[in-house]
Write a protein of this length. Structure first.
Length: 492
């Protein structure tokens, strides 16, 4: 009897069940493909072929991840803007994101891990399951909830793939160089957009300097994501220079290319992000060598003042929003920590969006306070608003990512979401402290700085729940920390 039970346990092992499931899926796909081809319908054949390619990519996560990086950060933005017929192109890469999550699930079933799963990956899995479960209590129609799931979860697979797939070190380093290269090619595109594209657009395009990222026909786009990406590159270059991987001339050339999009753009938060990034990169020097840290801080502050002066000159001479410096500062403060709305004077801003959430929830609606209104509830775009947003007078409930998560998933969901970033930053800090000098330590510090910057962006914009480019960028950074954890388990 015991032998029979052991035999049954061996046959029903998770990895064997996964193999059998995949075999059955491929056989079914082949049968369906044959039936479709026999119909002679070109559209059906194309759809079937696309489905077969997608299933095949389940077994090639490295190729899928490369396609996602290039597609979301380089191709889909310009192609969707300049070729109207391709405005649905981002959906293709979103599908690849879900396929990558499927690849991660398959690898998790086929391969046994010899290292513990990092806490932030576990929290990420919990958040994804929680978000999917929230469709059961969503205060929006099922169709809106499904769209919300697509927006929220389309690229979490990037993180999970890094966490469970044993990508070779050479491949991961190639992706790091690819991301750095993408930041360097933003300069010419940004200059073109600032001095050629923006003047040719109708109205007042305020976020049109986006490089190769998303841009709408009315001039709104991922300018904040571009700024975040460039500041992450500044941190990476500084980390490489610290480890003597870059000489001073190469560092200077790289910084010039990285700073150009920031100079011609209109994203004021960079004056908080740049000091924050450098503080993270050089934090260990504060105790180890205080005098050097102070000297570096003074030099960095002087460089930032010089850059800020050039930035203000550009804004005064080439921007449609040019206004006296004192008035500009007052305006910025008013729609960030004052009472003036961000999109319009009577709307919400980065402070009042939380006040409004608490006013509508708190102790008077404990269920929604704790668990939220369900995925898709906070959606507040120009071309459509959720039923919950309409009941709130059409206010921008998802003005920033943190408020969007609050409305959709409540305090439980926000705790899980913020926990992912906090635990990832803590893990990256431990990795940076124990990493070998050179490339390994530079990569760990770069990932730490990127995670801190990404966490701060949650209270700046809603890009983390709305913009594919930021989702791909941030989940790549978090995933890289998970990959480092697999490569260096002793750093736990």
């Amino acid at each position: 009897m015991k032998a029979l039970a052991d035999r049954a346990a061996e046959v029903l092992r998770p990895d064997r069940l996964t193999i059998w499931g995949l075999t059955a899926a491929f056989l079914a796909m082949a049968a369906v493909g044959g039936l479709v081809v026999s119909t002679g319908n070109v559209i059906l054949i194309a759809l079937a072929l696309g489905g077969m390619i997608g299933v095949a990519l389940l077994g090639m996560p490295a190729i899928t991840l490369t396609l996602i990086l290039v597609g979301a950060l380089v191709l889909s933005g310009p192609l969707a803007f300049y070729v109207q017929a391709l405005d649905k192109l981002p959906w293709l890469f979103a599908i690849l994101g879900f396929l990558l999550a499927g690849s991660a699930l398959i690898h998790a079933g086929l391969h046994r891990r010899d290292t513990p799963t990092p806490l932030f990956v576990t929290l990420a899995v919990c958040f994804v399951v929680y978000a999917a479960a929230s469709t059961a209590w969503a205060d929006v129609p099922l169709a809106e909830a499904v769209k919300g799931l697509k927006r929220q979860l389309q690229y979490w697979g990037v993180l999970f793939a890094f966490a469970v797939v044993a990508f070779p070190a050479r491949t991961v380093r190639a992706w790091v160089l690819l991301l750095l290269g993408i930041t360097l090619v933003q300069a010419p595109m940004s200059v073109y957009q600032r001095f050629v594209l923006v003047p040719s657009m109708d109205g007042e395009p305020i976020d049109a300097v986006v490089g190769t990222l998303e841009l709408s026909q009315i001039g709104t786009g991922a300018s904040g994501v571009l700024a975040l990406m460039q500041v992450c590159a500044i941190a990476a270059l500084a980390c490489a220079w610290r480890e003597r991987l870059l000489r001073a001339p190469a560092l200077a050339a790289g910084l010039v290319l990285v700073f150009v999009p920031l100079l011609v753009g209109e994203v004021n938060v960079i004056f908080l992000w740049i000091p924050l990034a450098l503080l993270v990169v050089f934090a260990d020097q504060l105790l180890a060598n205080p005098l050097r840290f102070v000297a570096g801080f003074v030099a960095g502050a002087a460089a930032l003042v010089a850059f800020g002066s050039a930035y203000l000159v550009w804004q005064q001479t080439g921007s449609h929003t040019a206004e006296p410096v004192d008035e500009r500062i007052e305006t910025i403060l008013e729609y960030n920590i004052g009472e003036t709305g961000y999109s319009n004077k009577t709307g919400l801003n980065r402070k009042t969006v939380y006040q409004h959430w608490w006013k509508q929830h708190g102790f008077q609606d404990p269920r929604a306070t704790v668990f939220g209104h369900g995925v898709g509830s906070a959606f507040s775009a120009e071309d459509g608003r959720s039923a919950v947003s309409l009941r709130q007078g059409g206010l921008d409930l998802d003005l920033v990512s943190a408020s969007s998560v609050l409305w959709d998933f409540g305090l439980v969901g926000l705790a899980l979401y913020l926990g992912v970033f906090a635990a990832a930053a803590a893990h990256a800090w431990r990795l940076a402290r124990t990493a070998r000098p050179g490339l390994e330590r530079a990569l760990a510090r770069s990932a730490l700085a990127a995670t801190v910057l990404a966490a701060s962006s949650l209270v700046y914009s809603n890009a983390m729940v709305m913009m594919p480019s930021q989702q791909v960028l941030v989940f790549s950074m978090l995933g890289f920390i998970a990959w480092l954890a697999r490569a260096r388990p002793r750093a736990r």
